[in-house]
Structures are given as structure tokens and as C-alpha cells.
Design a protein around this ligand. Structure first.
Ligand code: TMP
Length: 210
């Protein structure tokens, strides 16, 4: 069986986690081997980088280079081997987050990010590892802000003002325009049961789940 690489994106507070867990159960119930992972993170090295990126003050270029360094390790150690085994890889965030947060949010150069993407995700013969499907939980920044206000102690991103997340959401929209086939846009501004129906439909329409 071929591996399937699915990433999940959205601004902080968009409510990805429960649905990723639900999908993991659904894939297992249909007999698929599963790798559940996240970015930044997914390996011991990348998890250490995650701690720095979420907590330490740094400039946008440093931030972008660190998330791509973490990604390279994650791809080599976890994602590529899992896809080669035929696993379904569910990844909580991937490179679209770098374009949305470091590119749109922090204002780091989009073209340089594109270059880094080709470089870091390239594994010879002109091939670039990309998700087969990216589920984008699209939520107005004002709604996300209300959800986050009751959340745990915020990290460097969660502590940003609403305007930052409006810009990040524009970054996701730009990535969707650039990659229309790969993206499934889900309206996350509805009760969880409704979001789940849409997430499931995105899987079923691609033949990933029955
Ligand atoms: P999480 O809270 O959904 O696990 O995401 C961690 C934070 O890291 C989130 O605020 C988005 C941010 N992030 C980036 O800024 N750039 C990236 O490339 C990734 C993967 C995440």
C-alpha cells in the first residue's frame, strides 16, 4: 500500500487536535498503519528546536531557519521512512505553517522560503516531499482569539495580537491559491460535529477513508 502524507493547518485556536485524533482512530479502524506526528517537532532534535522557537526571542530569519532545520531532521528520521513503509502520516502542521507564520506573519521573504522548501524537502532526482493533502482549518482570527483567551499560558505565537493571526490566515489563503489541489479548506467556525463531517468528507472524496 502506498503511504499517504496528510498535514493539518490553521491559526492557533482553530481546533485541529481533536480532529487529528479522530482521524487517527478512523484510519486504524480501517486497518492502516499510522504515524502521528507534529511540527516543529517529531524527533528528539526537532522537539528541542520546538522549545526554542516557541519560547526564545529571535529574528524572523532565525525562526525560519530553525523550523526548516527541524523539518529536515523530521523528514529524514520519521516522515520518509513512514511513507516508505506505507503508513498514513498525520502531521500537525508542516511547511504551510512556515509560509503563514514566518512569511506572512513575521514578514520574512516568501521567495526565500520557497527556495528553502525546495532545498529541505528535496531528496534527489528533482523530487520534493509534499503532503498529498493539507487540511486547512479556516477560522476568523476574532473567533480564534476568544477561544485562546481561556487557553493555557500562551507561547510566543499564541501571545500575538489578533492582527498577527489575520495576517497568518492571509498567508494560508495565499498558499491555498498557489496549491489548490493539495488544499482542503474546512470551515472551522462551526460546532465540532460539523467540522468533523467536513474533515471526513475531505478524506472520503480522495479515497483515503471509506
Ligand atoms: P501548535 O501549537 O499547533 O503545535 O504549533 C506550534 C506553533 O508553532 C504555532 O503557533 C505555529 C508555529 N509554527 C511556526 O511558526 N512555523 C512553523 O513552520 C510551524 C510548523 C509552526
Amino acid at each position: 500500500m502506498n503511504g499517504i502524507f496528510i498535514s493539518f493547518e490553521g491559526i492557533d485556536g482553530a481546533g485541529k487536535s481533536t480532529h487529528i485524533d479522530g482521524l487517527a482512530q478512523a484510519f486504524r479502524a480501517q486497518g492502516r498503519a499510522l504515524t502521528l506526528t507534529r511540527e516543529p517537532g517529531g524527533t528528539p532534535l526537532a522537539e528541542r528546536i520546538r522549545q526554542m522557537v516557541l519560547n526564545d526571542t529571535m529574528d524572523p530569519m532565525t525562526e525560519a531557519l530553525l523550523v526548516f532545520a527541524a523539518r529536515r531532521d523530521h523528514l529524514q528520521q520519521v516522515i520518509q521512512p513512514a511513507l516508505a513503509r506505507g503508513d498514513v502520516v498525520l502531521c500537525d502542521r508542516f511547511t504551510d505553517a512556515t509560509f503563514a507564520y514566518q512569511g506572512a506573519g513575521r514578514g520574512f521573504d516568501w521567495q526565500i522560503l520557497s527556495q528553502l522548501e525546495k532545498w529541505v524537502q528535496g531528496f534527489g532526482q528533482g523530487t520534493m516531499v509534499q503532503p498529498d493533502l493539507t487540511v486547512w482549518f479556516d477560522l476568523p482570527a476574532s473567533v480564534a482569539a476568544q477561544r485562546l483567551s481561556s487557553a493555557r499560558v500562551p507561547d510566543r505565537f499564541e501571545a500575538q495580537p489578533q492582527h498577527f493571526f489575520e495576517t497568518v490566515a492571509c498567508g494560508y489563503a495565499r498558499r491555498q491559491t498557489e496549491n489548490p489541489v493539495r488544499f482542503a479548506q474546512i470551515n472551522a467556525d462551526q460546532p465540532p460535529a460539523g467540522v468533523w463531517v467536513d474533515v471526513l468528507a475531505a478524506m472520503q472524496s480522495r479515497g483515503y477513508l471509506l
